[in-house]
Structures are given as structure tokens and as C-alpha cells.
Design a protein around this ligand. Structure first.
Ligand code: FMN
Length: 218
């Protein structure tokens, strides 16, 4: 697959089938992930794949409660505004994200595979996030959808205990990525255009070009 196709179309793919991800596909995803950079090439990371139905069933109600917290604490204002004016394009987008993210929460135990990532001594996350994104890009190349989640931070102790993480060694939860074969189609990720979020030389100075529509496909 063209690298640009993977970059443009690796979306939060939360609607997936329960079909298992073959081990050789999992191998390729993780082996690609650990090629990612880390500070000083320290590789102070651990990756925990979860496909045990019992473990997922124990995690599912925790994830549900955590997403309730996300809606009630983090996104309360934006959701209230979105419900007040649902036809506004940004509000409509927010409501779509909520529906999709809630779908993940409602079907957490049905995903065939999850990847939990952990880092040691990495306060910025800069040494773990690239590997997570690489895993998602590699999954895209394999036709496997993925979704990055961090909602577990609201009840981390219970999650770490279920997973047997040796927190006394300093392992910090970074993310939980769901995997599965998509039920829908891959599309280009809609984003605010580059010239609205980029500057040149000085904060606020136009970047010098405008890209009103995605440059892929060419
Ligand atoms: C740091 C981070 C945390 C996220 N946490 C969650 C989460 O807890 N639950 C969830 O459903 N999606 C989560 N997402 C996925 C985002 O909602 C998603 O990337 C965003 O809506 C863009 O989706 P799209 O690529 O399909 O357009 C997270 C993404 C990132 C990068």
C-alpha cells in the first residue's frame, strides 16, 4: 500500500466484525510498531495484546464507566452546544464522533483484539506514541481497522490490576487500541485544512500556501 494512502485513510475504525485477527497479521503489526523511534532508542516500552474473552468482559464495564466520564467531564460543554445546534457542521461532526465512540464502549467486549501500550520514564509520551501510530498504520495496510483510546485513565488502577501490570517498575499506561476488520469503507480523514493550523517563522504568520482539499488521492 502507498504510504500516503495509509496516512490519509487510517481513521478511528470502531465498527468492526468479531472475526479474529490471525497471529501472522498480529506479528506484522507489532513488528512494524517496534520499528518506531524512541528517545535515545531506549525502547522502554511494553505491548500487551488482549484477545481473551474473559479479560475483555472484565474490562468492558470499566470502559463504559470511563466513557461516561469522558462525556460528562471532558466534552460536556461541546456536547451541550452540539445538541443545541446539531446542524452546524462542527457540531454534527462532534455528534458523529460521540455516536462512534459510544459504539466502541457499547461493544467493547466484542472486539477481537486490543493492544495496550506502556512506557517507562517517558513523561511526554514521545517515545511511545509513534509506535502506537505505527501499529495502526500497519494494521491499515493489513486491512485491519483500529481505534486509539485513552478513556481508561479514569479508572486505571482496576485496569492495571486485571492486566497484571507491574506498576512498581514504573510502567505507565499509554493507550488501548482496538483492532478489527471494518464493516464499512475506508475514507480520507476529514480535518481542518493545513493553512488554518500552520504558520511560518512566527506564530500567526501565514504558512505561505493553502490546501483547501486533501492532496491525496493525486
Ligand atoms: C490521544 C487520543 C486519545 C483518544 N481517546 C479516545 C477514546 O478514549 N475513545 C475513543 O473512542 N476514541 C478516542 N480517540 C480517537 C479520536 O476520537 C479520533 O482519533 C478522532 O475522532 C478522529 O477520528 P477519525 O480519524 O476517524 O476522523 C483518541 C485519539 C487520540 C489520538
Amino acid at each position: 500500500m502507498d504510504v500516503y494512502e495509509a496516512l490519509y485513510t487510517t481513521r478511528a475504525m470502531r465498527r468492526v466484525t468479531p472475526d479474529p485477527i490471525p497471529l501472522e497479521v498480529q506479528e506484522r503489526i507489532l513488528d512494524a510498531a517496534i520499528r518506531a523511534p524512541s528517545g535515545g532508542n531506549s525502547q522502554t516500552w511494553r505491548f500487551l495484546l488482549v484477545d481473551d474473552r474473559d479479560v475483555l468482559a472484565r474490562l468492558a464495564p470499566i470502559y463504559q464507566r470511563c466513557m461516561d466520564q469522558v462525556w460528562n467531564l471532558v466534552y460536556a460543554d461541546r456536547l451541550a452546544a452540539a445538541h443545541a445546534d446539531p446542524d452546524d457542521p462542527e457540531n454534527a461532526q462532534m455528534l458523529r464522533v460521540q455516536r462512534s465512540a459510544q459504539h466502541l464502549a457499547d461493544h467493547f467486549a466484542d472486539y477481537p483484539l486490543m493492544l495496550f501500550s506502556f512506557a517507562q520514564g517517558d513523561p511526554t509520551g514521545g517515545s511511545i506514541h509513534p509506535s502506537t501510530w505505527s501499529a495502526m498504520l500497519a494494521a491499515r495496510a493489513e486491512g485491519v481497522g483500529s481505534a486509539w483510546t485513552v478513556a481508561f485513565v479514569f479508572e486505571l488502577d482496576a485496569v492495571l490490576e486485571i492486566l497484571g501490570v507491574p506498576v512498581e517498575e514504573g510502567w505507565i499506561f499509554s493507550s488501548c487500541v482496538t483492532f478489527g476488520y471494518p464493516t464499512g469503507r475506508w475514507g480520507v480523514a476529514p480535518r481542518r485544512p493545513v493553512h488554518e493550523v500552520s504558520y511560518r517563522n512566527h506564530w500567526g504568520t501565514p504558512v505561505g500556501f493553502e490546501v483547501p482539499t486533501p492532496l491525496w488521492p493525486r
